[in-house]
Design a protein around this ligand. Structure first.
Ligand code: F6P
Length: 429
């Protein structure tokens, strides 16, 4: 999609006529915008034409809102894999609805979109400030989660019967597509239901969103694995520490783990293909020159090197081959054949990096995300996600957020810094 075609228009349920019950705050005007491009040279085409450059709506409380707080009921659902901070966002939404707007009815739908389908039988929780008071101290999600879509007609029927005016959906790509379908189904039936997505992905791969919650905590946890790998590698002759980290299609966790302490010598991500021969020959050179090596591989890296599988998970994602085990065996085999003794330690921290509670910085981020989501819903915005762009909270149409996955640009600044940090060749093909 070219920048010229970007349409950041946010759908609205109708005119905002109700004065906000909030006082003593800085209200955000509807015309406040956050620039999509942050660099002057990228803005040039618009500046030359004296046209408005692409920009996103700024998030924040509005002076006039769409919904009358009571008798409004709201719902929250968490879908997909776990992510640090899910409970922080749930808590923030409940506290903001209660304390900032006086909304007293908040349903917590259980086990993802399943909880919105009555015939499956999960009874929704009633969430109150008391029931969510300390859930931020826990990893996981108090609502439970699941993968996979449900029929939008069934889900909207539930929302209609419970008189839910705003649904907050926390999830990644598949969840946000589901949220889009719910919003469209509500419009089709003439219902005034706002659907607000909150991007949740440990892989940090949602487009038009600079950073997703929990990512920072996951990188912090991953550092324990890279630290151990480096310590083990340094302590042995021809020591190799190999770490596999999450990152199905986007290698951000792996890339940032490398930048944490510059002790990693090879970073393998899905975005940058490599051949086994070249990688192994570079690894040999590294051992010859320095006596040890640390490798970080994102789970989606090097998939073309392994036998393809047609299997998919409930979200429709292709199930990847295990690059960690593949590399472990290939490295051992390679050096054995050459009569070189190595000491390889393989570490797969897997779910441990995403099941922990959020760190304080992520918690603060989650609190602000939840507040922004509530302000957006109360103002009748719909079919959108709360984003974070150029260090500001924004509104992004769901259609844009799901239009493509955000990936590391192999020609961009992040990957260039990773290469500078590892010292690996830019091209290992
Ligand atoms: O989508 C986020 C993610 O953490 C991926 O990196 C990983 O492939 C996937 O979830 C694994 O989750 P699950 O085992 O729950 O499907």
């Amino acid at each position: 999609m070219s920048d010229i075609d970007l349409d950041f228009t946010i759908a609205r349920l109708g005119e905002c006529r109700v004065p906000s019950p909030m006082s003593g705050v800085r209200f955000t005007r509807d015309d406040e915008r956050v620039l999509y491009h942050a660099r002057l040279e990228d803005l040039k085409p618009w500046l030359d034409k004296r046209a408005d450059p692409p920009a996103m709506e700024a998030a924040g409380p509005r002076e006039k809102i769409f919904f009358e707080p009571p008798p409004l009921a709201c719902g929250i659902v968490t879908c997909g894999g776990l992510c640090p901070g899910l409970n922080d966002v749930i808590r923030s939404i409940v506290l903001s609805l209660y304390h900032l707007y006086g909304v007293k009815k908040v349903y917590g739908f259980r086990y993802g979109y399943e909880g919105l389908v009555q015939r499956i039988g999960h009874v929704p929780l009633e969430l109150t400030p008391d029931s969510v008071a300390r859930i931020n101290e826990l990893g996981g999600t108090v609502l439970g989660s699941s993968r996979g879509p449900q029929d939008p007609a069934d889900m909207v029927k539930t929302l209609e019967e419970l008189k839910v005016g705003i649904l907050f959906a926390l999830g990644g790509d598949g969840t946000l597509r589901g949220a889009q379908k719910i919003a469209e189904e509500a419009v089709k039936r003439g219902l005034k239901i706002s659907v607000i997505g909150i991007p949740k992905t440990i892989d940090n791969d949602v487009s038009f969103v600079q950073k997703t919650f929990g990512f920072e905590t996951a990188v912090t946890e991953a550092r324990r694995a890279t630290y151990a790998a480096n310590t083990e590698a340094e302590a042995a002759r021809n020591g190799i520490g190999l770490v596999k980290l999450m990152g199905r299609d986007s290698g951000y966790i792996a890339a940032y783990s490398v930048l944490v302490d510059s002790q990693v010598n090879f970073c393998l991500v899905p975005e940058v293909p490599f051949t086994l021969e070249r990688f192994l020959s570079e690894l040999k050179q590294r051992l010859d020159s320095r006596g040890h090596a640390v490798i970080v591989a994102a789970e989606g890296a090097g998939q073309d090197l392994m036998a393809k599988t047609a299997e998919r998970d409930a979200s429709g994602n292709i199930k990847h081959g295990d690059i960690g085990i593949f590399l472990r065996d290939a490295i051992k085999d390679h050096f054995k054949k050459r009569g070189v003794e190595i000491s390889l330690k393989y570490i797969d921290p897997s779910y441990t990096i995403r099941s922990v509670p959020a760190n304080p910085h992520d918690s603060a981020f989650c609190l602000l995300l939840g507040q922004s989501a509530v302000h957006a819903g109360m103002s009748g915005r719909t079919n959108m996600v709360v984003g974070f762009w150029n260090h500001q909270f924004t509104h992004v149409p769901l259609s844009l957020a799901v239009s493509q996955r955000k990936k590391i640009d192999p020609a961009g600044a992040l990957w260039s810094s990773v290469l500078a940090s590892t010292g690996q060749p830019a091209d290992m093909r």
